[in-house]
Write a protein that binds this ligand. Structure first.
Ligand SMILES: C[S@@+](CC[C@H](N)C(=O)[O-])C[C@H]1O[C@@H](n2cnc3c(N)ncnc32)[C@H](O)[C@@H]1O
Length: 389
């Protein structure tokens, strides 16, 4: 199985923290959609397996009108033999999710999962972040989706926001739980260079929580969401294990598409700045909308490529393994990345002594290594210790 990622690089305005590739001008939207369809036509031969998941990411995919989204979906899906779909996600912003738009999504498209960019249920936070919606609008959008029968809803929230306290964050989490959604992505705010947030912090106009407070908010997220029936399956991702108050099988509401990024499943990425992976090679499209359109029109190469060496594969495995619940499997390294097995075991044993890694069953050498609670605060350092330079 493989995944298809479609990048929609448009936003009404740029949020102060965001450094994802997006553009505030929308005049090229129609041409851009035609280019996405053309790119799919050109590159579908790269697929070696049927597509099981589609993810519309952004930017803001819900900026597409009903007609634009229909046109894009119809043209992508027309070759039904390429698909065996189980999950189609649309990233959406609350202000776009009117009842009419949601009804269209439910009744006229195969989209069956929404990932709603809420960020915070506190109106003061939303104002500081430059968001276009209020907390009330966000709640209304979730409830309307549910009324219409969209039953796989994820929301994005951020903690460690300026002036955020443990109490304020807990209120956000409680509001999320009360909405009976299936999935929560809870990101720790990162301050990216070149963003307005970076400037405001530099000029001391905004203050971030202290390091101790940041750790407390991360720990609180895990504790609170786990207690409320969510599985913490990746550093920033939590999936409900329940359906209609009954316990569901393991992995129930995990994001299938995002999980495929973490387990080596190939994916094709369409659009400006989109990344692709075919099992051996990674490629990334040019991050410039005008240039992307011009290259598609002139049949010029869109992307740069790199073939992964065994060392690259090992380092990527470490990076992912320090983020996912399944952890790092020594058996996998022994079989697939044997050159680095001794290095891995030596370093892992040192990290166990430091109390940062643990093994569920230390008697059985080959059981996976996972991060201890202390280790989860130092995931980057653990990865650096395990990497090969
Ligand atoms: C591709 S982004 C944007 C999606 C959507 N258009 C929106 O505005 O909500 C996906 C998610 O990444 C998270 N994100 C973006 N920038 C971030 C940052 N600097 N730190 C932490 N999380 C961030 C946000 O939660 C966001 O919803």
């Amino acid at each position: 199985m493989s995944g298809l990622y479609i990048h929609i690089p448009y936003c009404k305005q740029r949020c102060i923290y965001c450094d994802f590739y997006s553009s505030a001008t929308r005049e090229d939207k129609k041409t851009y959609i035609e280019c996405l369809i053309k790119e799919f036509e050109q590159r579908k031969s790269e697929l070696t397996q049927k597509i099981e998941t589609i993810y519309f990411g952004g930017g803001t995919p819900s900026i597409l009108t009903k007609d634009e989204l229909s046109f894009l979906l119809t043209n992508i899906l027309k070759q039904s033999e390429l698909f065996n779909l189980s999950e189609i996600t649309l990233e959406a912003n609350p202000e776009n999710l009117t009842f009419d738009y949601l009804e269209f999504l439910k009744k006229n498209t195969p989209i069956n999962r929404l990932s709603i960019g809420i960020q915070s249920f506190n109106n003061q936070d939303l104002k500081i972040l430059g968001r276009k919606h209020s907390a009330e609008e966000a709640i209304k959008a979730v409830k309307a989706s549910q009324e219409l029968g969209l039953d796989n809803i994820s929301i994005d929230l951020m903690f460690n926001l300026p002036n955020m306290t443990k109490e304020k964050w807990l209120k956000n989490l409680q509001t999320a739980i009360n909405l009976n959604i299936q999935h929560i992505s809870a990101y720790s705010l990162t301050v990216e260079e070149g963003t307005m947030l970076h400037t405001l912090i530099d000029k001391q106009k905004l203050t971030l929580p202290t390091e101790k407070q940041q750790i407390e908010q991360f720990d609180l997220t895990i504790e609170f969401l786990t207690k409320n029936g969510f599985e913490h399956y990746e550093t920033s991702n939590y999936a409900s294990l329940k359906v209609n108050d009954e316990w569901l099988m393991v992995n129930g509401w995990r994001s299938k598409h995002n999980s495929s990024y973490w387990n080596n499943t190939p994916y094709l990425g369409l659009g400006a700045s989109a990344h692709s992976f075919d099992g051996e090679e990674r490629s990334w499209n040019i991050s410039d909308l005008k240039e992307y359109i011009s290259r598609i029109k002139n049949n010029q190469p869109l992307s740069e490529k790199e073939t992964l060496t065994e060392k690259d594969k090992y380092n990527e495995y470490i990076l992912v393994g320090t983020r996912i619940k399944e952890g790092l499997n020594p058996d996998y390294i022994k079989t697939n990345l044997p050159t680095y097995y001794t290095h891995f075991q030596t370093q892992a044993q040192k990290l166990i002594k430091e109390g940062l890694l643990k093994q569920e069953n230390p008697i059985k050498q080959e059981t996976p290594y996972t991060l201890t609670q202390e280790g989860s605060h130092l995931a980057n350092r653990i990865a650096v210790n395990l990497f090969i330079d």
